[in-house]
Ligand binder design. Structure first.
Ligand SMILES: C[S@@+](CC[C@H](N)C(=O)[O-])C[C@H]1O[C@@H](n2cnc3c(N)ncnc32)[C@H](O)[C@@H]1O
Length: 359
């Protein structure tokens, strides 16, 4: 066997570390899931440096388990170890992991982790057959996971920041207008809008039973009467040019038939209405996505786990995938659907692109 150079060994070790760093990410993600669902971050938020005994007492959990979790979280750099086996959540970490009202809150994004891992066996089959899994394959947890990822943005940005930038839209909604959200998921965007504009009526369309059930729960909890959800499989957008506003948040790239969905939006919007399409801020080529997007690996992974999989859950599915609805694709597809005006907005959000599209 030829002697291996030390450069080779160094490169080999570095590559093994790169591979195991991914396992580290997976396991720390699992710990974030536990911390969120067990209320550990919330208990740490205003507690100052605590011992595992303090935290176990505050949460009613077993001390030995809490101790191991605290040590792991500190080793991952998510908690601060202040010495003496005391741990604390910094104010910045609290905004991301504990405070559900913060726009930076991200712990909810881990809510679907078990369901996402659970579909791996089925995806072995998908790679062989080409047929992916619809959103409902993740069960109710899937809808909650999407909500966890996107709701902080809807709750803090949509009504105060985004809608006012769309020409005339907030004024119409104030006066009383008709609006729809395509691929509404658990309906958080609609709840925010329906609450802010009580004179308007809002309609949510989705094909996920679990998302629609959760949406209806969210509507009831908010006690809103101007909001209705529709199962788009039987009761889709009516195509009657009756809507002043139609939104679509992070869903066109998931659809098996995105061209048809855009066509239905075009037929359903009033001649002077506005569509807001928010989708992943994808670049036209793989090279640009990898060079410009530090989350590209995660996004291609999510594509296989859910977005492309959902888009291929029908034999003729388009399967655009998480990074498949870039601006040139959005311009072409909206033009082909019959829209003539396309304006991109910038809200300093590295993840999403905002397209104001009109007939
Ligand atoms: C990533 S989720 C986004 C959900 C929601 N817009 C949000 O931002 O929280 C994509 C959603 O699109 C829905 N969807 C996929 N194909 C659809 C279709 N043809 N019509 C309506 N909804 C669809 C899925 O069921 C899923 O709820």
């Amino acid at each position: 066997m030829p002697e291996r150079s030390s450069d080779f060994d160094k490169a080999l070790r570095a590559f093994i570390k790169r591979v195991y760093d991914n396992m580290g990410g997976m396991v720390v993600s699992a710990m974030i899931y536990l911390g969120y669902h067990l209320g550990l971050y919330r208990a740490l938020e205003h507690a100052g440096p605590v011992t595992s005994e303090d935290l176990a007492r505050a949460t009613g959990l077993h001390e030995r388990w809490v101790r191991e979790w605290l040590r792991g979280q500190a080793a991952a750099g998510l908690l601060d170890h202040t010495g003496d086996e005391r741990f604390s959540l910094s104010p910045i970490a609290a905004l991301v992991l504990a405070n559900e009202k913060s726009p930076a809150f991200s712990a909810g994004a881990f809510a679907a982790l078990p369901a996402q891992m659970n579909v791996l066996e089925d995806l072995l089959t998908s790679f062989r057959t080409g047929i992916g899994l619809p959103y409902d394959a993740f069960g109710p947890q899937g809808a909650k996971g999407v909500e966890g990822m996107l709701a902080p943005w809807f709750r803090t940005m949509l009504v105060p920041l985004v809608l006012p930038r769309l020409e005339g839209v907030s004024a119409k909604l104030d006066a009383g207008a008709k609006a729809a959200d395509m691929g509404c998921g658990t309906g958080v965007a609609l709840v925010e809008m329906a609450r802010a504009f009580p004179r308007s009526t809002f309609h949510g369309y989705d094909i996920s039973r679990h998302a629609l059930e959760e949406a209806e729960r969210n509507r009831r909890q908010a006690a809103l009467e101007n909001l209705t959800f529709h199962d788009a499989r039987e009761d889709g957008l009516p195509g009657d040019a009756s809507f002043d506003l139609i939104t679509a948040f992070d869903c066109i790239h998931d659809m098996t038939h995105p061209a048809e969905a855009l066509g239905a939006m075009r037929r359903s919007i009033k001649p002077d209405g506005t569509c807001l399409i928010v989708d992943i801020n994808a670049k036209p080529t793989f090279e640009e996505n990898v060079a410009g997007n530090p989350m590209a690996a995660m996004m291609y992974g999510f594509s296989v786990l859910s977005c492309m999989s959902s888009g291929l859950s029908h034999p003729e599915g388009a399967g655009l995938g998480t990074l498949g609805f870039s601006e040139p694709v959005a311009r072409r597809m909206t033009r082909e659907a019959g829209f003539t005006r396309f304006l991109r907005h910038d809200f300093d959000n590295p993840v999403n692109a905002y397209y104001e599209v009109r007939p």
